[in-house]
Ligand binder design. Structure first.
Ligand code: AMP
Ligand code: MN
Ligand code: MN
Length: 324
């Protein structure tokens, strides 16, 4: 960060209070933290009298539409804005076209690979979720968190930590979750709906990926093809969280290849604690966290697989070498 934290927070607070029409966006293939942070931020600022338009280029995935007010999230920005905020995205490309070419005033994020692309950047790589950063700072900036915003923010924390069990969990993150419960958020219900519940189509989509599971030593990988989505009737362009399930298998690194429209493959890496796969994702133009990272790579599934598996095998071999 280019400036000391206190003055950064003071500037964020005064800019948000001065803003009138705010555009808030998050990333493509939105996860629970993208939707949760967007709603948590947008609803809290709306409650303070701001006009806030919330935009996700890919819309809200079916598995997160239970969140109150999710229906207000749009796919395109409409109208004029005097302030633009990007949440939970480490680079501008990750927002799709949600900003419509406007420059970003404020970026709030927790990815270690963040490119600090906005005019003000609040990046906390130690935070378990962007929703956790907001749960901590919105009240300090003078914005109260109501029931709907609390439910959204708690969902972001639950999903990014896969139910409070990722290796970056802290007592402070649990306290923030407790604060959100005190705002009225229903933890068991949000946990069930955000993490436990899978549609029939998503379960069959998992089935397609699970039958193709492969292993080479400590490396485990699988592939989801566009044709799988069609044959099982799965409507999203994500992996229905299959990679998070696979992260509980006994590999050191798990890789999921998810074929996308437009000749690209979405690659997701998951690593056991103490490995850092974000550096692999960065090599392919992506980003993420040490234990969970991703990249969108142009090419056929076969080509992308060959390149990614080669680099990932070399990474694992180097790790094994450094432990000797
Ligand atoms: P995923 O594999 O999509 O669940 O993403 C794992 C982590 O990496 C998340 O924190 C994502 O925000 C991040 N990530 C995924 N894809 C990209 C990308 N193309 N660029 C930057 N970060 C990414
Ligand atoms: Mn996210
Ligand atoms: Mn996140």
């Amino acid at each position: 960060m280019s400036e000391p934290a206190p003055s950064l927070h003071a500037r964020i607070a005064s800019e948000l209070h001065a803003a009138g029409r705010i555009l808030a966006v998050s990333h493509v293939r939105p996860d629970g933290d993208a939707v949760g942070a967007l709603l948590g931020f947008g609803l809290s600022l709306q409650a303070a009298g701001k006009q806030v338009q919330m935009v996700l280029a890919d819309g809200v995935p079916a598995g997160l539409r239970h969140l109150p007010s999710a229906g207000f999230i749009q796919r395109r920005a409409k109208g004029d804005f005097d302030y633009a905020v990007v949440l939970d995205a480490s680079d501008l490309e990750r927002t799709g076209k949600a900003l419509g070419g406007r420059p970003a005033d404020l970026n709030i994020d927790h990815h270690v690979t963040n490119l600090q692309f906005a005019r003000l950047n609040l990046v906390e790589p130690g935070a378990v979720a962007t929703s956790a950063i907001l749960a901590e700072h919105l009240p300090r900036w003078g914005f109260a968190i109501g029931l709907e915003a609390a439910s959204a923010l708690l969902t972001g924390i639950i999903t990014d930590t896969i139910g409070f069990r990722t290796s970056n969990m802290t007592p402070a993150a649990l306290r923030l979750a407790a604060n959100l419960m005190e705002c009225g958020a229903n933890l068991p219900e949000l946990y069930r709906a955000g993490l436990g519940q899978k549609s029939f189509e998503a379960a069959r989509y998992w089935g397609a990926g699970l039958t193709r599971l492969q292993r080479d030593g400590k490396l485990i990988w699988t592939t989801l093809y566009l044709s799988d989505r069609q044959s099982v009737g799965y409507n999203g362009n994500d992996d229905a969280d299959l990679v998070n399930f696979l992260s509980s298998t006994d590999g050191d690194v798990v890789v999921l290849f998810n074929e996308q429209n437009g000749g690209k493959v979405k690659v997701s890496w998951r690593a056991r604690p103490s490995l850092d796969v974000s550096e692999l994702a960065v090599q392919f133009g992506g980003g993420g966290h040490p234990a969970a990272a991703g990249a969108e790579i142009p090419g056929t599934v076969a080509d992308v697989q060959e390149k990614v598996l080669e680099v990932t095998r070399a990474f694992l071999a180097a790790q094994a070498g450094s432990l000797k």
